[in-house]
Design a protein around this ligand. Structure first.
Ligand code: PNS
Length: 171
């Protein structure tokens, strides 16, 4: 703890929808956990976007995957990301960059976030090459059409996708 009572050590926030968590996300979280003293995976509660998993389900899945990593926390948030980061006294926002196609959107968000709060820096990290084509959207599409997603998502995500599918088809 610092004299002000704030937890010591640099905290980074890794925000996203995580619907669902992929091995690309896991790769970025592990890299961040090496770089920062603490990392909080912040799951966006997005009422507008039709999500497959509820925010609580997404938080529970990510907590299970990182239960052995004491410096990885998981929370949900809503509202402005920079406001959430300020409340948590985070120093950085981590985002993954898979390909050039991610760049434009990420560049816009990073600069808007900097305009909203110059105290917080966005840090981009690249996942291992084998994860550069994975996205949550593709995982959901491939799985719902009967394709294999093992090796692309943690085992628990695959199991939860199966559970959702069983509910959807009434079994
Ligand atoms: O995984 P995603 O869906 O690409 O993550 C997008 C996310 C959650 C980082 C972004 O939508 C976000 O920060 N939302 C919170 C609202 C906000 O601050 N919007 C302004 C961003 S410049």
């Amino acid at each position: 703890m610092t004299p002000s009572g704030a937890p010591s050590g640099r905290l980074a926030i890794f925000p996203g929808s995580f619907d669902p968590l992929t091995n690309g996300h896991v790769d970025i979280i592990l890299r961040s956990a090496h770089l920062f003293e603490r990392i909080t995976v912040a799951v966006l509660v997005n009422a507008e976007k039709q999500a497959l998993f509820t925010a609580d389900e997404r938080v529970a899945i990510i907590r299970e995957v990182f239960k052995e990593y004491p410096n990885v926390g998981v929370e949900s948030f809503d509202g402005l990301l920079v406001e959430y980061a300020r409340q948590r006294r985070a120093s950085a926002i981590v985002r993954g960059l898979r390909a050039v196609s991610d760049f434009e959107y990420e560049f816009q968000m990073a600069l808007m976030n900097r305009r909203l709060s110059s105290a917080i820096e966005t840090v981009f990290m690249m996942p291992a090459e084998q994860y550069t084509y994975i996205s949550s959207r593709l995982i959901k599409e491939v799985f719902s059409l009967g394709g294999r997603v093992s090796g692309l998502v943690p085992d628990i995500v695959e199991a939860r996708l199966r559970d959702k599918h069983k509910v959807a088809i009434g079994r």
